[in-house]
Design a protein around this ligand. Sequence first.
Ligand SMILES: [Zn+2]
Length: 502
Amino acid sequence: MKKSVLLIGIDGASWDLITPWILEDKLPTLKRLYEEGVCGNLKSTIPPESGSAWVSLATGKNPGKHGIYGFMTSGKLINATQVKTKRIWHKLTEHGKRSCIINIPVTYPVEEINGYMVSSFLTPADEKVYSYPPELMDSLKRNDYKIDVKYERYGFMPDQRDIIEKRGELKKQLYDIMEKRYLTVKEFMDEKWDLFMINFKECDEFQHLFWDEKETILEFFQKLDSYIDNLINKFKEKNPNAFVLIVSDHGFASSPNRVFNLRVWMQQKNILYDKRTMIQKIVPPVYRKLTKIPFFSFISKSNKFKETREKFHRDSIESTPVYYKESGIYLDKNVYSGEEYEKLRGRIISELKEVKDPSTGEYVFKILGKNENIYFGPYANYGPDIIALSKHNYAASFSYESNELFDDIHLNIPGRHFSEIYGIFIASGDDIKTGKFNGLSILDINPTICHILDIPLDKDCDGQVLRTIFKIESPYYSKETKYSEEIQEKQKIKDALQKIKL
Ligand SMILES: [Zn+2]
């Protein structure tokens, strides 16, 4: 019998948060799925950011093969044209199967596929057409569909300065966005689909904003739990043999309250050789002082001030031969090569492993490793030379504005996920076993969907078919894994689209 897959993303959900609610019967749909099917931790990418994680989910490959590490590159937002390899909907299109892809990160600009696509966050706020086919915009408009919250923005990023005071308003918007998204996708389920993927990205935003109010998050998740029940029922009307997968792309934790300055540490260790210009040395402490002077604090709140301050910071760090940004440490290979490069990397990793906060006695870093131990593929060099992810209660910085090695920090957003690499996985369907599983990876989703839908896997796929989630007597347990020969990828998609149109 023809099978289909419904994948629902609860962005940023973790078992730590939801297991007690499931056990207390507070999330009845998730509880039913959890009891009827298989579940386990889903290991995310490093860094566990929505951009890289969702691209890995859709490709079955590590960032070294798809090229997406975060959601910014050289100060600009990433987009779908930078993803270097095919995603699951391209493969379905090649094989004449239909997919409906709604709100999956890094799908802007939308592409022509056999099915529907509505892009996700990172879509420019002024973009008028973010659906394929473009006519789908009519139903989106009719339903008052919105991709994400309208934040006051500082450049690309949401303005976090008075976000706590705005939480009431943002909460209303997030409920509204989730409801409109639910109603819209429900309409799309009037059709038959081979693959339907929908991500409730608003769960990520909601946890960032309300991590200090777990009951508020519970209420939001309860609303989503009832929507999920309705969506599964609706989807099964047209696709009675559907597999249901519930996933998240990473976990969540509280925001840091301490900051560790890697720049100060490297200077104390005589690792950093400062090549900055005189101006680059003078300006940062002045920026910091200005924000503290009453008259200038007004100016310092302007977007222009923040943008130039950030650009200055970027230019300064990139003019030094060793610097830290986002998820790791970068070494200038024109300065360090061969044995010297290896020696320095080894030294930084082993010494950072030992770094403890003197005020708490706690180690600062959770994940430290060489690039090649975590990334592999033609774009592995896009990632940092040393991956360095701090524990959730520590932020790592590379600031020239302060000379403190450790300092207290207060962020306006209560929740973060910069080293929370475990999301959730639930699978349910007639052929699925019951029970808990270990060792599941976000890289396994693409190959498992391909296996269910009878599509050959890419030869260089990093994930595995999750064969053990199927009942032993089901054909999916015993079915051989098929791999595709490398083909003229773009040409094949074009040919397939042509055929569908004829
Ligand atoms: Zn996310």
